[in-house]
Ligand binder design. Structure first.
Ligand SMILES: Cc1cc2nc3c(=O)[nH]c(=O)nc-3n(C[C@H](O)[C@H](O)[C@H](O)COP(=O)(O)OP(=O)(O)OC[C@H]3O[C@@H](n4cnc5c(N)ncnc54)[C@H](O)[C@@H]3O)c2cc1C
Length: 578
């Protein structure tokens, strides 16, 4: 089927919906492979950062400083300035749309502490995270989905986008599979936004929902668009042991502490000022170090998150959902027992490169691909650099989702539809037909679990040359095996096996780009820690990687782009001390 809209938005998480909200006079379609309110944004627990200063003095510039420093200076600083300045207004926009934030006694938005957020350029923790209990993302999604319905945005739920259409050097549509019927649809548009989220499912232990398969990144990559800084992947320190489900940093913001097998609150030893609220990359590495030193619980590969001293009342009021996770997944009662945790794959700092208006840029010279935008976790602006601070993703979604929407509103005024390329459905139809007809005997589920194990073994908190090379070989083998994936279910309607096979292809591409970047970057910076190159190297590596899919199989070409700094000594790259 053929459909035509001014704007097509792929993804109905926070970024996609915030963009949709900015286009009142356009015909807007939102395509999503899951029901809109099931997008991963709904799982965000902790909050959204903005220097409102409702609880204590705060300034956007302090927030910018924390963002730049937290990102280990790989942040493009003008973008971080926009993020932190516009955060304040964007949070008020959410409030005005009806988001039920927790309140201070005098009725303003309440704020709490979060890792790496400080007052006065690093002096000590500050209350900056605006929150709705421990279900902030859920509230964002519900509020914005209702607004979108009110604004008559057209939703195409359970449509899996397979391809981006480009003609005459301009993006002009997408091709999607309708999961309910198995039919292929073309959406012709003046402008397209990818807001498809991250790819945490590439690791066995992850906080990410099943849908986080890297779709948008891979689709762009296959169309010749580079992926930026893919080696910068964040491992959140506190995932539920073995399962990976997140116990939000909000817990530590409220005072929870990490405890090792010897009963020591060990973060005090590593980080005397910020302690348990040091940035995530640092806390994850400290946990790994404790485990290596034999201080895991019972000598195993986990430590505890301890909330017992917060008391039943605070736990019930401020951390209801995450304590329920501990009860449900582990049978542990957090009021009386510490909760087993380990680092979990959490967030992609890298992604599709964009400028500050969310326009996708395709090379180191910042050349835009007209009509194509990306925002949210799929995009790399880059405001998170080498490590994202807690609560800085939700704010990225609303600030850059909003900028994307506003810029697209202008773009559709100034530009006409570009005709679709010839045979525009051919690639997608061949891809799907191949999966239906293959008799190669390989199982997608098996390949996926091999990939996830390899990524945990060799592309995790600590990396080194030999492990990365091993991972690269393995992924190349898995890419070959992928060509022979065979479906058991040949049906058309709700063929989830088909969907998972398509998604696995996306995930393999993201893993490939990640490993290439990690291997090339011979330094340690933020979340990318190399045992064989333990120091940050600003002389050679104060730059972004751009991974282009090569012309031959498994061949990736890397290019580089300078990090943009502002002319202010406070933001000059220096050693990251907390
Ligand atoms: C457990 C957890 C807790 C978190 N807590 C916080 C927090 O407290 N604060 C914070 O700032 N950040 C937090 N984060 C990070 C943050 O929630 C995410 O980075 C963010 O929500 C991503 O939003 P998004 O709009 O980019 O994409 P998502 O919300 O992931 O949505 C992606 C959308 O794209 C659609 N999609 C994907 N592929 C396709 C396709 N091929 N075809 C059609 N549709 C497609 C999906 O259906 C979905 O609608 C958390 C993350 C997790 C996993």
């Amino acid at each position: 089927m053929y459909q035509k809209f001014d704007v097509v938005i792929v993804g109905s998480g926070g970024a996609g919906l915030m963009a949709a909200m900015q286009l009142p006079n356009a015909s807007v379609a939102v395509l999503t492979k899951v029901y809109p309110t099931r997008s991963h944004t709904g799982a965000a627990q902790g909050g959204v950062a903005a220097a409102l200063g409702n609880q204590e003095e705060d300034h956007w510039k302090w927030h910018m400083y924390d963002t730049v420093k937290g990102g280990d200076y790989l942040v493009d600083q003008p973008a971080a300035e926009i993020l932190t300045r516009e955060a304040i207004d964007a949070v008020y926009e959410l409030e005005h749309r009806g988001l039920p934030f927790n309140r201070t006694d005098d009725g303003r938005i309440d704020q709490r502490r979060f890792g790496g957020h400080t007052r006065n350029f690093g002096e000590g923790p500050v209350r900056r995270s605006c929150y709705a209990a421990d279900r902030t993302g859920h509230m964002i999604l519900q509020t914005m989905y209702q607004s979108a319905i009110k604004n008559e945005v057209r939703f195409f739920n359970e449509f899996l986008v397979l391809d981006l259409l480009i003609n005459d050097g301009q993006a002009c549509g997408v091709v999607a599979l309708e999961i309910k019927t198995g039919e292929i649809h073309t959406f012709h548009a003046k402008t397209i936004l990818f807001a498809t989220g991250g790819y945490g499912r590439a690791w066995r232990v992850t906080s990410n929902a099943f849908a986080c398969m890297g779709d948008g990144m891979s689709i762009a990559y296959r169309r010749g668009i580079p992926l930026q800084d893919m080696e910068m992947y964040q491992f959140h320190p506190t995932g539920i042991y073995k399962v990976g489900v997140l116990l939000s940093e909000a817990a530590r913001g409220e005072g929870a502490k990490l405890l090792n097998g010897k009963g020591e609150y060990f973060m005090e030893r590593y980080m005397p000022v910020l302690k348990d609220l040091a940035p995530r990359d640092i806390v994850s590495r400290c946990i790994v170090q404790e485990i290596k030193d034999g201080n895991g619980v019972d000598g195993k590969d986990y430590v505890y998150l301890d909330v017992r001293h917060l008391g039943a009342k605070t736990i019930a009021e401020k951390l209801p959902d995450i304590t329920d996770f501990a009860r449900n997944y582990l049978g542990v009662e957090p009021i009386t027992e510490p909760v087993p945790i380990q680092p979990t794959a959490h967030y992609a700092m890298g992604g599709i490169p964009t400028d500050v208006d969310a326009r996708v840029v395709i090379d180191s010279q910042w050349t835009p691909l007209p009509g194509f935008y990306a925002a949210g976790e799929v995009a790399c602006v880059s405001v998170h650099g080498a490590n994202r601070l807690g609560t800085n993703s939700l704010v990225d979604l609303i600030v850059f989702g909003r900028r994307a929407g506003k810029h697209m509103a202008k773009f559709i005024q100034e530009n006409d539809f570009v005709p679709l390329p010839e045979n525009h459905e051919e690639y997608s139809r061949e891809y799907i037909d191949h999966l239906y007809s293959s008799t190669g005997g390989e199982s997608a589920a098996h390949i996926r679990s091999e990939l996830q194990n390899e990524m945990i073994d060799n592309v995790f908190v600590e990396r080194q040359d030999a492990g990365l090379r091993h991972a690269l070989d393995q992924i190349a083998g898995l890419q070959e095996a992928y060509k022979n994936v065979q479906l058991q279910d040949k049906g058309k309607r709700f063929n989830t096996e088909l969907m998972e096979a398509v998604e696995l292809g996306f995930l393999l591409d993201c893993a490939e780009a990640t490993i290439h970047g990690a291997l090339a970057r011979t330094e340690s910076r933020g979340a990318h820690f190399r045992l064989d190159y333990q120091k940050r190297d600003d002389v050679n590596w104060l730059k972004h990687t751009l991974a282009y899919r090569g012309t031959k199989a498994h061949d990736v070409r890397l290019d580089y782009k300078d990090v943009i700094l502002v002319d202010d000594p406070i933001f000059k790259p220096k050693e990251r001390k907390y």
